[in-house]
Design a protein around this ligand. Structure first.
Ligand SMILES: [Zn+2]
Ligand SMILES: [Zn+2]
Length: 279
């Protein structure tokens, strides 16, 4: 793999869309999309990350001229999406749902056509953010579970790093300020990523409302404004490092979500991030 580099170009576009398929009637649309159904558009400021991989050219020192990648994105993606109504102006979405999962697959298809991206730049990953707390990712190196949907949550909790297996002096030596008897706190950010095959009719791999309900019930509402060491039984006699908390959150969620849990990421602070993935 020597000489292979991945690079990511980020672009943004604003589009209107709706959970309503033009080719279906009102009853069918309401049955399919439930509370999301509307014959009128809403809109998003989408953020698209395009990752390409290739060998570094010995003469230019580049995988590919990133300007050429940018030109391709302008010509093939932004021209279709930016300031447009997806359902009305992109023919592929007249008869299929403009879900985030379908949008990211459509963008992958467009960018995979021969000649769209510059030679030498192989598309490997896409990330499409619909809202700051909801994004999809597509990993083209995978043959199953290629698409993940990630939702971000927040909870505030206090804790004290203290290992029952160590003496008081050893705890102070190991954890320093974090061993403070009265504890300290964080605004934890929790990313929950689910994967699966999107339902061909709704284009969705999971009902986000149901993901929210489960994560809020099992984790966020349980830990928010609590002391992890004192209030939460699953941390009795355990050290509440973010490693331990992350594994606990992963295990609490894994059998209860409406789709397969692929990964959780716990941001203890903006600079300390912990990740647990499904095997
Ligand atoms: Zn939307
Ligand atoms: Zn801490």
């Amino acid at each position: 793999m020597s000489g292979t580099v991945r690079m990511t170009r980020k672009v943004t576009f604003s589009s209107g869309h709706r959970y309503w398929i033009n080719d279906l009637d009102e009853i069918q649309n309401r049955e399919l999309f439930g509370r999301w159904a509307s014959r009128y558009n809403h809109g998003h400021n989408y953020v698209l990350d395009v990752t390409v991989e290739g060998l570094v050219d010995a003469s230019t020192g580049m995988v590919v001229n990133i300007k050429r990648v940018d030109d391709a994105l302008k010509a093939h993606i932004l021209s279709q999406f930016d300031q447009k109504s997806i359902n009305d102006e992109i023919p592929a979405f007249a008869s299929q749902s403009s879900s985030l999962e379908n949008l990211i697959q459509y963008i992958a298809e467009v960018l995979s056509h021969p000649g769209v991206l510059p030679t030498g730049a192989n598309l490997t990953n896409l990330r499409l953010e619909e809202m700051p707390r909801l994004f999809a990712e597509l990993d083209l190196s995978k043959t199953s579970d290629m698409i993940t949907l990630t939702r971000t949550y927040e909870f505030a909790a206090s804790h004290r790093l203290h290992s029952p297996a160590l003496s008081d002096a050893e705890n102070i030596e190991l954890f320093g300020k974090c061993n403070n008897k009265a504890g300290h706190g964080h605004n934890y950010l929790l990313e929950v990523s689910v994967t699966g095959t999107p339902d061909p009719r709704t284009g969705m791999l999971a009902d986000i409302g149901e993901v929210d309900r489960v994560v809020n019930e099992l984790v966020v509402d349980r830990y928010d404004h609590k002391n992890l060491n004192e209030d939460i039984p699953e941390f009795d006699n355990r050290t509440t490092t973010s490693e331990v908390v992350s594994i606990e959150i992963f295990n609490r969620l894994k059998d209860h979500l409406p789709a397969k849990l692929q990964r959780i990421r716990l941001h203890e602070t903006a600079r300390n991030i912990f990740e647990v993935s499904a095997p």
